[in-house]
Design a protein around this ligand. Structure first.
Ligand code: DC
Length: 233
């Protein structure tokens, strides 16, 4: 079911560049994009709006199963609007607080189970770029190409700092670095679908690479692995 539709998985910790790279690769190939982290962020945000505790596994699992979310393309642009129960929450889900809350709810098996099928549904022709922590290990183990992006904690904190600053969100760099290290630990040590490279993933350390270089490496891998389905470039 859908297994013939090509998938590229890009996993890695926050700040490794996977969000940016995934979006650029999807655009370049004309494939769909699954930002799975956004789903966990939406569950965390929505649950908090409903007054649910972030450790109430049963309630969070139910909430995640019925999550009322729509990703809407803004007509005439490449911008995607994220609507949670009709409310545009694109900005609210990008805060560090929401990322941390997402990491907490993502450790709950009931939440991961509830979001599983929703993620599989993104596999639509002509192909999918899936960005996350467990795309290559748990959600799309049959993906035609798997990449694991990483970078040092210091470098990732710097990148996130810059990104947030550009968005007008002010944070303290040292706090950010501490939070990133804590989130890495929680995401890597959880029992279900921990953050780790799939055995058949290509590992890319992006600490010393700029976006252009990473993008070219990833596109090279796609051209090799998906030679049969990619017509040009
Ligand atoms: O990639 P991100 O920062 O938007 O993800 C937010 C949190 O969601 C992250 O700390 C861990 C969790 N997550 C996950 O457990 N599995 C995924 N496939 C994607 C994200």
């Amino acid at each position: 079911m859908g297994a013939e539709i090509p998938v590229l998985t890009i996993d890695g910790p926050g700040g490794s560049g996977k969000g940016t790279i995934s979006a650029l690769v999807a655009q370049k190939l004309g494939w769909h994009l699954l930002d799975s982290g956004a789903l966990y962020r939406l569950v965390a945000l929505g649950a908090q709006k409903q007054g649910l505790a972030l450790d109430d596994e049963a309630a969070l699992g139910d909430y995640a199963r019925d999550l009322d979310v729509k990703f809407e393309l803004v007509p005439g642009s490449t911008e995607v609007r994220t609507l949670l129960a009709g409310e545009d929450v694109g900005r609210q889900i990008r805060t560090e607080a929401c990322g941390n809350a997402a990491s907490q709810v993502a450790a709950l098996p009931a939440v991961r189970e509830a979001l599983h099928q929703r993620q599989l549904d993104f596999r639509q022709p002509p192909g999918l770029v899936a960005d996350g922590r467990d795309m290559g290990t748990a959600i799309f183990p049959d993906a035609g190409a798997k990449i694991f992006l990483t970078a040092s904690v210091e470098e990732r904190a710097q990148r996130r700092y810059k990104q947030l600053k550009e968005k007008g969100i002010s944070v303290n760099l040292a706090d950010l670095q501490k939070e990133i290290a804590q989130r890495d630990a929680r995401d890597s040590q959880r029992r279900v679908s921990p953050l780790r490279p799939a055995e058949d993933a290509v590992l890319l350390d992006t600490s010393e690479m700029d976006i252009e270089t990473v993008l070219n490496e990833v596109l090279d891998i796609c051209r090799q692995r998906f030679a049969g389905v990619l017509s040009t470039s």
